[in-house]
Design a protein around this ligand. Structure first.
Ligand SMILES: *[C@@H]1O[C@H](CO)[C@@H](O)[C@H](O)[C@H]1NC(C)=O
Ligand SMILES: *[C@@H]1O[C@H](CO)[C@@H](O)[C@H](O)[C@H]1NC(C)=O
Ligand SMILES: *[C@@H]1O[C@H](CO)[C@@H](O)[C@H](O)[C@H]1NC(C)=O
Length: 496
């Protein structure tokens, strides 16, 4: 489902034109252009004669001139939807993870991070029986499929059908099918928070775009990129089951499985509902900028972690993820949420991405600037400096304009309702530091301690608002400052 994994590459070129594929559907004779002209004239004449009746024809039958609509094999009868109004929880979700025997064992290092056998339902769908298990996600072997112009031999077709195969298992009390790749890391508590906002008895298709505009343009802005994961509500899955095979044939020229699923959903007239916490991570280099200025939305997924630098400096990829997961486990709703505050006396600006990093500047930086990600990364395909589907700001090469940066060191739970996280100053080898006095005073701070109450999950059901923070002078000293994050008071702004 990730768009550029060679294992899911299709036989056809991604940019094969629509016309070419129509041509193939009709298998036009290659040679005779004369015949074509003659044929075209005949068609024109026929059209003139038939124009009156043609006008009366439905749009559907004119479509059938262009597409082959295969015989409908079944009319699915689905059980009535779950009418209960109880809040959505993890038990209502069935995961469908696209995988292959080849990568099954290796990718288990990612599934181990998030899959909980006693809580999560679903399967990884593979192209055969894996020799070794070693992966916590139970697996199924995808069923064989074939039809005019497509077959499950093509990985993208096999993966696109995962939602239908998951539906056909007829598991009980399913509200959502959530698709992902075998290298997608889900933050399931937050996934539940996001899905709980929507009525699972309606047709929803929820996910996120690519960060790289070049990818959105090549594929579609309207499509949920599969590596970031996406959710399909039960009634939508039921409809997809009816149309999927015919639709896969019509879009056999598409590149990835996610684009095929999108096309089939588009035929049902259902658009993408975008949620900013799904991360396809179509970026190269260091993801720091995105994580340090995450949108005000629950973190739902991360992807392409083999392709970006480790999240924390001087740590392996897996150690980095384990550290992030530690923070997520004590306060899942708050992970990466950004808070901005100022020390008016010292004239410092502070930005906290909870559970990840703190930045301090010895001057005033506006809140609008601090919520723009530093561009520490490049685009996915061409390794360019943009554009991305959000604003970015350059990381200055002048150390006297840069933030002084701290990374998460320790996470503690306090009285079951609160948390204390500490962040330690990190200086990369050979990094130039600013020699000015104001910077020296910031750099004397070796550690930042952040305390907060755990964030209520219910806050995500309300209008989003950043929380406020304040520097606690009583507890801190010159090399360890204390910051408290709390709900903003009425009419309090970030700068007051
Ligand atoms: C579709 O149905 C017709 C009539 O039942 C049959 O003749 C034809 O072979 C079928 N086509 C396919 C592709 O199954
Ligand atoms: C989820 O909600 C259902 C009721 O809809 C309940 O029966 C089930 O125990 C809940 N599961 C969890 C893990 O809370
Ligand atoms: C990187 O990690 C190693 C071992 O954990 C440690 O000895 C070293 O000081 C670290 N380097 C920096 C720049 O923090």
């Amino acid at each position: 489902m990730q768009t550029h994994n060679p294992t899911i590459q299709t036989g056809s070129k991604p940019n094969q034109s629509l016309f070419q594929s129509f041509k193939q559907s009709f298998s036009f004779p290659d040679r005779v252009s004369d015949f074509c002209i003659l044929f075209a004239r005949a068609v024109l004449l026929l059209c003139l004669i038939a124009s009156m009746s043609f006008v009366l024809r439905s749009a559907f039958s004119s479509q059938s001139r262009r597409f082959i609509i295969p015989n409908r094999t079944r009319t699915a009868k689905y059980e009535p939807f779950d009418k209960s109004i109880a809040a959505t929880n993890i038990s209502h979700i069935v995961f469908g993870i696209g995988g292959s025997v080849q990568t099954w064992k290796d990718r288990s290092r990612y599934t181990h991070l998030w899959w909980k056998s006693n809580r999560n339902r679903g399967f990884a769908w593979l192209d055969g029986e894996p020799g070794e298990i070693g992966n916590p996600v139970p697996h199924r072997v995808s069923e064989w499929c074939s039809g005019a112009g497509y077959s499950c031999k093509t990985a993208a077709v096999r993966m696109a059908r995962i939602v239908v195969e998951s539906y056909k298992l007829r598991l009980k009390d399913v509200r959502w099918f959530v698709m992902g790749d075998d290298d997608t890391v889900f933050f399931t508590e937050n996934l539940v928070s996001v899905l709980a906002k929507y009525d699972h008895n309606q047709m929803y298709y929820i996910g996120g775009n690519s960060e790289s505009i070049e990818q959105d343009q090549m594929h579609s802005y309207g499509m949920a990129f599969g590596g970031g994961g996406f959710a399909i509500s039960y009634p939508l899955a039921a409809q997809l089951m009816n149309v999927m095979d015919g639709c896969l044939h019509r879009y056999s020229f598409f590149y990835g499985s996610d684009q095929r699923v999108w096309a089939c959903i588009a035929e049902l007239g259902v658009p993408l509902t975008t949620e900013r916490g799904f991360h396809q991570f179509d970026i190269r280099g260091n993801p720091y900028g995105i994580l340090a200025a995450h949108p005000l939305a629950p973190l739902v997924s991360l992807h392409h972690l083999d392709h970006v630098e480790p999240l924390f400096p001087n740590q392996t990829r897996i150690d980095s993820l384990n550290l992030l997961m530690q923070a997520y486990q004590v306060d899942s709703s708050r992970i990466l949420q950004q808070t901005v505050c100022y020390d008016r006396r010292k004239k410092w600006s502070i930005s906290i991405a909870w559970g990840y990093t703190v930045q301090i500047y010895p001057f005033m930086v506006t809140a609008t600037d601090m919520q723009i990600p530093f561009q520490t990364f490049k685009t996915w395909r061409s390794w360019s400096n943009g554009p991305f589907d959000f604003n970015t700001r350059p990381m200055s090469s002048d150390p006297c304009r840069r933030a002084v940066v701290y990374f998460l060191k320790q996470v503690q739970e306090v009285d079951t309702r609160g948390t204390k996280t500490t962040y330690e100053r990190y200086v990369a080898k050979g990094e130039k530091v600013c020699e000015r006095d104001d910077y020296a005073r910031v750099m004397a701070v070796k550690q930042v301690t952040v305390s907060s109450m755990k964030m209520e999950t219910q806050l995500w059901m309300k209008a989003p608002q950043r929380q406020c923070c304040e520097i606690n002078d009583r507890w801190g000293n010159d090399n360890n400052i204390w910051v408290r994050i709390r709900k903003c008071r009425k009419s309090e702004t970030i700068t007051t």
